[in-house]
Design a binder for this molecule. Structure first.
Ligand SMILES: [Mn+2]
Length: 424
């Protein structure tokens, strides 16, 4: 997909500058008592999953402008995800969405092996109707007032578990669009009770080594109320379901200015943080590229994650979840994966002993300065060196453009108006 020679040639142009920058940063970090090689090793081990739907061009409520060479089906999507992993070495797995990505397991496994990827969490879809579906989700899925519709939604989730089990996946992510658009349209309590009954039925079918992630979202597609509207409800769900259930935090699913890093800390403190859908937001669930609007918030989230590193059972799942309307999705996903790695590396640089000392001494200024010192450090040489040593590209976007991948696939993939990325 991307010729090895292209990566080698592009890296050769940039090698001397990277070595110089890496050596300079290494000296700087050594003065702070930090071993650059240890940080690089942690960055190299870090991976964030790619959503299969992310490699298609997204749209808005108004229009979708299809891009050149968009993936036509899951096998094209896996190729695109393979390109991202080849160049960044930061995205070893793909998260599938069912039924969008339905295909014979043997074919999916063969393609994933060919492009060097594994499978992350499975995602069910009960927020839209599929052809030949018996009951409509217009008025809800797992919380629908109609029992037959709820059963259909539960069975779909169980099918997602069964498909995932054949692919080596270990988790199911459930996000539902159920809610209401008018005061009085739904009884909050009865609707939530129905939701819980359905989720218990799904949870009961979870293999022993699987996790169930539930995702809260304040609004959209329902605009007055959503059945899982915030982290409090999500925490209730994960707690009542049992030890295999965890809360998933999608950064865009909160009100503007919500202190997401504090929510993350709370969920960690109670052992219920399941993981993330990374993206960025200005106003709502904008699904903008991760770290594109507020990289400091992303850093603050990672500060909580680094603080919790090593806690027993603390293995949050990390996935990107964004929509690309005006960029090449492969480029956006590569940049976002690197932004997530960057926030992680910066958080690793924080002097935690000093931070605690300032916190306990009531020195607010030095506490916040100590925290920000990590964020202010340009860790790009660490990320680039980790990529290089992992067989990837020093500059993934430049290398991708030099390889001409998009033009090559555009020649064999006709434009599709209907298919492509969704916004979830
Ligand atoms: Mn999401």
């Amino acid at each position: 997909m991307i010729a090895h020679e292209t990566i080698a040639r592009e890296n050769a142009h940039r090698l001397a500058a990277l070595q110089a920058d890496y050596a300079a940063l290494g000296e700087h970090l050594a003065r702070r008592g930090i071993d650059i090689a240890a940080i690089k090793a942690k960055v190299a081990r870090y991976g964030v999953a790619i959503p299969s739907w992310g490699v298609g061009t997204g749209g808005t409520r108004f229009a979708r402008f299809p891009g050149e060479g968009e993936p036509r089906h899951i096998f094209d999507k896996l190729e695109d995800c393979g390109v991202i992993q080849t160049l960044t070495r930061a995205t070893p797995t793909v998260s599938l969405h069912i039924p969008w990505d339905k295909a014979p397991a043997a074919d999916l496994l063969a393609k994933a092996e060919e492009v060097g990827l594994g499978f992350d969490a499975m995602n069910s879809n009960t927020f839209q109707d599929q052809p030949q579906q018996r009951r409509s989700y217009k008025h809800g899925s797992v919380s629908n007032a109609d029992a037959t519709t709820r059963t259909q939604a539960v069975e779909h989730n169980i099918e997602c578990i069964e498909i995932g089990a054949t692919l080596g996946s270990k988790a199911l992510t459930v996000w539902v669009g159920d809610g209401s658009n008018f005061p009085g349209q739904q009884d909050f309590t009865r609707q939530f009770d129905r939701y819980m009954e359905s989720l218990h039925a799904i949870y009961a079918r979870l293999p022993a080594d699987w996790r169930l992630y539930t995702e809260h979202k304040m609004y959209e597609p329902a605009f007055y109320s959503t059945v899982v509207q915030d982290w409090g409800t999500n925490y209730i769900i994960a707690t009542e379901l049992g030890p295999q259930a965890f809360c998933l935090v999608d950064l865009g699913h909160h009100a503007p200015n919500t202190n997401i890093e504090q929510i993350v800390a709370r969920l960690i403190s109670r052992g219920k943080l399941g993981g993330f859908h990374f993206n960025d937001s200005k106003y709502g669930d904008d699904d903008l590229d991760t770290g594109s609007v507020d990289p400091y918030r992303l850093f603050l989230v990672f500060n909580e994650l680094v603080e919790a590193e090593g806690k027993p059972g603390f293995t949050p799942a990390h996935m990107l979840d964004q929509s690309h309307n005006v960029t090449d999705p492969i480029e956006s996903l590569m940049v976002s994966a690197m932004e997530v790695q960057r926030a992680y590396a910066q958080a690793l640089l924080v002097d935690r002993a000093a931070l605690r000392g300032y916190q306990d001494a009531g020195d607010a200024l030095m506490a916040t300065t100590t925290l920000k010192h990590g964020f202010r450090t340009d860790v790009e040489p660490i990320l680039a060196m980790a990529r290089l040593e992992g067989g990837g590209a020093i500059d993934p976007v430049a290398t991708y453009r030099a390889a001409g991948y998009r033009a090559k696939v555009a020649a064999v993939r006709p434009k599709v108006l209907g298919a492509g990325g969704g916004i979830v």
